[in-house]
Write a protein that binds this ligand. Structure first.
Ligand SMILES: *Cc1c(COP(=O)(O)O)cnc(C)c1O
Length: 410
């Protein structure tokens, strides 16, 4: 075997992996139809997509919107989470999970994740509940459903709302039920990198008719059904999806089940093989996860078991072998400048402080599992999992090759 590609050896892989987005005649024809109809705005395709996607996730109602971030804000507003309320969120996530909470003048409270799943730890959630807690937002990280039995039980016992951030989990099922259907609301994103996409876009799912009406009203300027167009009943905004986006999403949805199956098969193979590689850990799966999306293939790199070679160096070496990968989040959400300067400096308190009536110091927050995950996680993008089984062999071979030549990286 030649030396590492990083040290001018031959890379394991020269062929490119599949690229994202995947699209075809479905999108092309539907887009052209919308274009030529002259009706580009909220109409029958949005309606059809909302019905089909809600059904796909086993939920009664779907309300499309402009992004996952906007969907989280719409859901929080409809759930009447507001000024001074506390909302429990995981620190290992995209910023929107926490920033949407700030947008409704509420306070994000971070509960640590479980290192073995990268998902919020129900035990940690329970410890963070106070008399001011109004909701919890679990993220089904990388598509792996959180322990929804425990979370639903905690939410029920403590009378708080369960809002699923399902922005990684199109098609995932917990005990046979789609993610987003178990909490009061579930939010999905269709941004460009996501497993189904219209460039930007989002949807909120719910089983409760009154919530569906409130979410619809919020995303449509405070209007209500069957009332005059220029009559506004509540404070809303414009988060409407276009017909062009819905046309794209109907095409994307037609491929989702097949792509999910392929990603699952390839990921199962990778997990089995990588479990055997010293210094690599793959996430644990719960028996009640009956289907799952892979928005990412996440594994942990244990530096101490690689002769102290840093993760950044491993990622350089893996990339050089022809395997696209990334280190993921550099730090937990609460280490972002947004939180570190919260309540300090010329910007003072953004929105929330005056309502909270309490000091809050995010610099003092510590979630050791999330911090460790940021140090150890390696992400492979989901489109890699759309390749053939033999291509998965290249990923394993590249990691094993680096392992066998780790001294070259010192
Ligand atoms: C992408 C994402 C969002 C937000 O979605 P946008 O459509 O980009 O606004 C929210 N939460 C998580 C976990 C995400 O990955």
């Amino acid at each position: 075997m030649s030396g590492l590609a990083l040290k001018s050896g031959n890379p394991i892989r020269k062929n490119p992996f599949p690229t994202w987005p995947v699209f075809g005649a479905e999108e092309r024809i539907a887009l052209l139809e919308v274009f030529e109809s002259g009706k580009w705005w909220y109409g029958e395709r949005v309606d059809e997509f909302e019905r089909k996607f809600a059904a796909f996730q086993d939920t009664r109602f779907g309300i499309t919107c402009t992004s996952g971030t906007a969907g989280l804000r719409a859901a929080l507003t409809a759930l009447r989470v507001g000024a001074g309320d506390e909302v429990i969120v995981p620190p290992y996530s995209f910023i929107a999970t926490a920033s949407a909470v700030l947008e409704v003048n509420a306070i994000p409270v971070f509960a640590d994740v479980d290192l073995e799943t990268a998902n919020i730890d129900p035990g940690a959630v329970e410890k963070k509940i106070t008399s001011r807690t109004k909701a919890v937002i679990p993220v089904h990280f990388a598509g792996l459903p959180c322990d929804l039995d425990s979370l639903a039980k905690i939410a029920g016992t403590n009378k708080i709302k369960l809002l699923e951030d399902a922005c990684h989990s199109w098609g995932s099922k917990w005990d046979g039920r789609g993610t987003g259907s178990i909490g009061e609301c579930g939010v999905f994103s269709f941004q460009m990198s996501k497993n189904m996409t219209s460039g930007e876009g989002g949807i909120v799912l719910t089983n409760e008719p009154e919530l569906a009406d409130r979410i619809r009203s919020f995303t449509n300027c405070g209007r209500v059904a069957n009332k005059p167009w220029y009559e506004h009943h509540s404070l809303g905004t414009n988060l409407r999806m276009t017909e062009l986006q819905a046309a794209l999403l109907l095409g994307q949805l037609s491929r989702l089940a097949g792509q999910t199956e392929r990603r699952q098969e390839n990921a199962a193979y990778l997990e089995d093989r990588l479990r055997e590689v010293p210094g690599i850990r793959v996430p644990r799966k719960h028996a009640k996860v009956t289907r799952r999306a892979y928005h990412l293939f996440l594994f942990r790199y244990i530096e101490e078991e690689w002769d102290g070679v840093q993760k950044a160096r491993f990622i350089e070496a893996l990339t050089a072998e022809g395997i696209p990968c990334s280190p993921g989040y550099p730090y937990p959400l609460y280490r972002n400048p947004l939180f570190l300067k919260w309540g300090r400096g010329p910007e003072g308190c953004p929105l929330t402080c005056p309502y909270y009536g309490k000091e809050i110091d995010y610099a003092a927050v510590s979630c050791p599992a999330a911090e460790r995950l940021c140090r150890e996680a390696v992400w492979l993008p989901h489109e890699l999992l759309l390749a053939e089984k033999k291509d998965m062999g290249d990923i394993v071979n590249a990691i094993v090759k680096i392992r066998n030549n780790v001294r070259e990286l010192k």
